[in-house]
Design a protein around this ligand. Structure first.
Ligand code: G6P
Length: 602
């Protein structure tokens, strides 16, 4: 996730852009850059670092011109450094652009452009777009046509801001699967990834839809469909948010916003790994001995990974809490081992220590990480990114479901390489995964009824979360979310374990959350729910089968999907239940007491 802000009008563009970038910093903050134009010349200043620091160091506020575009970056391709920061430009230096998203087929286009003599400065997928437009311009009647032709070749997600010296009065903005909003002013216009970037100047906004672009001058704008080139009529929305509300895109907390971002985040995780997953799967297929190490929510992702690897690739990984792995496995890990480290931040002390131990012992280390360039990526031999964008709420939400997405892709591809599962089943599973973002959207519609459910449970002191098979980690994660932010005691366990102790704790009204999707163990779950109800428990079930109604006090109806994909989908209502309980109990879910986003000490 990155932030884009564009301005065209009568003010010094750099001032509007720097203020906008500050407001977008929550979308990414590893590097930033600005392009402005005056008298047919582009001025570009950019670098790695935070906006405030760069503003002083690079003199952002001294840049000339009344039109320009800025970008704050959260790296996806290429480490965060001065060269990879946006804007990126073409060979002639006449076209400059900024990008939020991931171009899946950039490698193939780059190769083609290299063979045509284009010279690249950066490692980014973004730079390819500038050169592709330059190339198309050679055979196009107008810049707009060249831009459209280039963009039609791109696969992936992209919001773009584009400036061209050949057209002194305009800017172009494009949206496809990454957000972009126009701000309509008086004799000036704006565009940004998000409303807060321009809200102090105008509250009139036009939300671009996917595959639309806008041609914006200081006094006019026109929105067109990218595929047909036809003009699209767009309504102007009057935004009533305060600036503070707007930073959270109207959500009261970052956590809720991040929960709602999951469809987009999962899509980006799929797009962002589509090209690389095969190579990684081929590499890890060589290892029979697999360890997965992680902490907290990432550890739960690791447990889901274990089920996926077992079912699909017939490999049985050992999943260890990284703090235990360091001391218990040092003489078991060796050069025949693969260690998969899962860490959102890439900075968790115990996970890093486990990775270093694995490296010392000669093991191959694969990291699944959200933060590009973090320590974990520097230790690992191979890295897969989750592409969730910055997560500000302490409790992991979108980083968890994107970790699961990447692990699912990896298990599917590994099964292909090893020939351990039926190809038609793997294809169907892959299709199922591609449909998950949409299903998550439908699950988010339960939000209000989950809030009402939370209201009825606000005074309960203990919760139990139960599941079987691949739903065991979902139960653990549901309980962890509740503990972390609502401070209610919760236990997650395999439903089979219920009878071996916890059943003694069930009495009237104790909530039991049963994760009960269709699948191998559905019937067994039915038995566990019946025994819980017989002890007076208040059973809340999550599932896709009608008979659950009879067995539950409350049924959260879930869309049907393959059992192996349910951990991604079923995490969402559990996050929402925890969130609402936290808020109803007067807690700040973004900053739970005693907890930190990254635990950098042992
Ligand atoms: C902390 C956070 C959790 C996170 C865990 C692991 O406990 O509060 O949300 O799951 O660290 O963090 P990592 O960055 O390694 O995934």
């Amino acid at each position: 996730m990155c932030g884009i802000i564009g301005y065209i009008g009568e003010r010094p563009a750099c001032e509007v852009i720097v203020r906008g970038l500050k407001r977008l910093e929550y979308r990414g903050y590893d590097s930033a850059g600005i392009v402005t134009e005056e008298n047919g010349e582009l001025f570009i200043r950019k670098g790695a670092g935070r906006i405030d620091e760069l503003t002083g160091k690079l003199g952002f506020l001294e840049m000339p011109g009344k039109r320009g575009i800025g970008h704050t970056r959260w790296a996806t391709h290429g480490v965060p450094n001065d060269i990879n920061a946006h804007p990126q430009r073409d060979c002639t230096g006449k076209i400059a652009l900024v990008h939020n998203g991931i171009i899946e087929n950039f490698a193939e286009i780059k190769e083609e452009l290299l063979s045509k003599g284009h010279r690249f400065e950066s490692d980014t997928d973004t730079e390819v777009i500038a050169h592709l437009i330059e190339e198309e311009l050679k055979s196009s009647e107008s810049f707009e046509e060249a831009m459209r032709r280039a963009l039609l070749r791109l696969k992936g997600s992209f919001a773009l801001g584009i400036i061209y010296t050949g057209e002194p009065d305009r800017l172009y903005f494009v949206r496809n699967e990454s957000p972009l909003v126009l701000g309509i002013g008086d004799g000036e216009n704006f565009a940004a990834s998000d409303v807060p970037a321009f809200l102090e100047y105008t509250n009139r906004a036009i939300f671009l839809d996917d595959r639309e672009y806008a041609v914006v001058t200081k006094d006019s704008y026109v929105v067109k469909n990218l595929d047909t080139g036809e003009t699209v009529e767009k309504p102007i929305h009057e935004i009533e948010w305060t600036l503070e509300m707007a930073e959270k895109a109207g959500f009261p907390h970052f956590m809720l916003k991040e929960i709602y971002e999951q469809p987009r985040a999962i899509r980006d995780a799929i797009h962002g790994n589509a090209d690389v997953i095969r190579t990684v799967a081929e590499e890890i297929a060589k290892y029979e001995k697999i360890f997965i190490v992680a902490m907290g929510t990432s550890y739960h992702a690791g447990l889901v990974g274990k089920y996926l690897f077992q079912r699909l690739a017939k490999r049985v990984p050992v999943v260890e809490d990284a703090s235990e792995f360091r001391y218990e496995f040092d003489d078991l890990v060796d050069e025949d081992s693969l260690v998969i480290a899962i860490t959102q931040s890439g900075e968790t002390a115990d996970t890093l220590a486990a990775m270093k131990l694995a490296k010392r012992k000669g093991a191959k280390v694969l990291a699944i990480v959200n933060v590009v360039g973090s320590m974990a990526t520097r230790i690992a031999d191979l890295t897969l990114y989750t592409h969730a964008g910055p997560e500000i709420g302490v409790a992991a939400t979108k980083t968890y479901t994107t970790q699961l997405t990447v692990l699912t892709m990896l298990a599917i591809e590994l099964a292909r390489v090893l020939g351990t599962a039926d190809e038609s089943y793997l294809n169907a599973l892959e299709e199922g995964l591609n449909a998950i973002p949409e299903l998550v959207e439908s699950v988010l519609k339960h939000d209000e009824s989950l809030r009402e459910l939370a209201e009825s449970l606000v005074d309960r002191r203990d919760f139990f979360y139960i599941g079987r098979g691949i739903s065991v980690p979902t139960a653990l994660e549901g309980a962890l979310k509740l503990k972390e932010i609502s401070y209610i005691h919760a236990e997650g366990l395999s439903a089979g374990e219920l009878k071996h102790g916890p059943l003694a704790l069930l009495e009237d009204g104790v909530p039991v959350v049963a994760i009960a999707p269709s699948g191998r163990t559905f019937d067994k779950m039915v038995g566990n729910m019946e025994e819980s109800r017989a002890r007076g428990a208040f059973v809340i079930s999550l599932g896709d089968r009608g008979e659950l109604k009879r067995l539950s006090d409350v049924l959260i109806e879930m869309p049907e999907t393959d059992e192996l994909l349910t951990p991604i989908l079923y995490a969402v209502p559990l996050q929402l239940i925890a969130y609402h309980l936290a808020v109803l109990r007067g807690n700040d879910p973004d900053k739970p007491r005693n907890l930190a986003k990254s635990v950098t000490v042992e």
